[in-house]
Design a protein. Structure first.
Length: 256
């Protein structure tokens, strides 16, 4: 069962401005803050039942299970499943081998990892070599005049820029995202979406930069996005990130 203590915020070893801001918000609520060593989770933090996490996905794969944390993330196909009215551009996923045959210019990125840079390519033939034939997300090229980051919790914008069109999007598509999520939106030039607004992408809150958002209010979203397994809500279960089990997971614990 989760502890009655205020809780623990476990940070990945990589330092960042956002990690420092969230650590300040955590301490302000009486939480313990720990920067985890590269070796993994010290035994004193393993299995506490009150841990939350902020940091990168590769390190998270090693430490989430020892910490007892459930990591939530949007579905890989969420963006390309949205109607054109919300994206302002044509988006799809296809194998890298197929993407290489596409004319350009095109915007391409890996749906989840960072196996190659997200960028505009002259044609699909310019895409980098990647092992295997992974799925690639490709989109028509648009120019973003300005972008905004929104921290959402159960359909409510907790911090970030607020505009009426954002509320329309959340109402229409909120159930297709985890309760805690970060949504990037922007204005396109020339305007392609309703009022010129379009969705850029959705991100996991436990690895998103706060930028100019209120760190205290963003922290509410981060806490839910990577918190104790026992507190995972039914509506969020479909969005739980798979992490290693068995011996692979046990290597995330660092002996005291």
């Amino acid at each position: 069962m989760p502890s009655s203590r205020p809780g623990l915020l476990a940070l990945a070893p990589h330092r960042s401005t956002t990690a420092a801001l969230l650590a300040g918000a955590a301490r302000g609520r009486g939480m313990e803050v720990a920067v985890l060593p590269v070796g993994g989770v010290p035994e004193r933090y393993a299995g506490r039942g009150d841990a939350h996490y902020y940091g990168g996905p590769h390190f998270a794969a090693r430490v989430a299970r020892p910490l007892g944390v459930a990591l939530l993330e949007p579905d890989d196909g969420w963006l390309d499943g949205l109607p054109y009215a919300f994206t302002g551009r044509h988006i799809r996923r296809l194998p890298l081998s197929g993407a290489r045959r596409l004319p350009g210019p095109l915007f391409a990125k890996p749906p989840t990892d960072k196996s190659f840079p997200a960028a505009v390519y002259g044609s699909g033939a310019e895409l980098p070599d990647v092992a295997g034939d992974p799925l690639v997300q490709v989109a028509s090229v648009v120019t973003w005049a300005e972008e905004f980051r929104l921290f959402l919790l159960d359909g409510e914008i907790r911090t970030g820029s607020r505009y009426a069109v954002h509320g329309l999007l959340v109402e229409a598509c909120g159930a297709t995202l985890p309760g805690p999520v970060v949504l990037d939106v922007g204005r396109t030039v020339p305007p392609t979406g309703p009022g010129g607004w379009a969705v850029v992408e959705a991100n996991m809150a436990w690895f998103s930069n706060v930028y100019a958002a209120d760190p205290g209010r963003a922290f509410d979203v981060v806490l839910r996005s990577a918190g104790p397994e026992d507190l995972l809500r039914d509506r969020d279960r479909p969005f739980r990130r798979a992490v290693p089990t068995g011996p692979a997971a046990s290597r995330g614990v660092e002996p005291a």
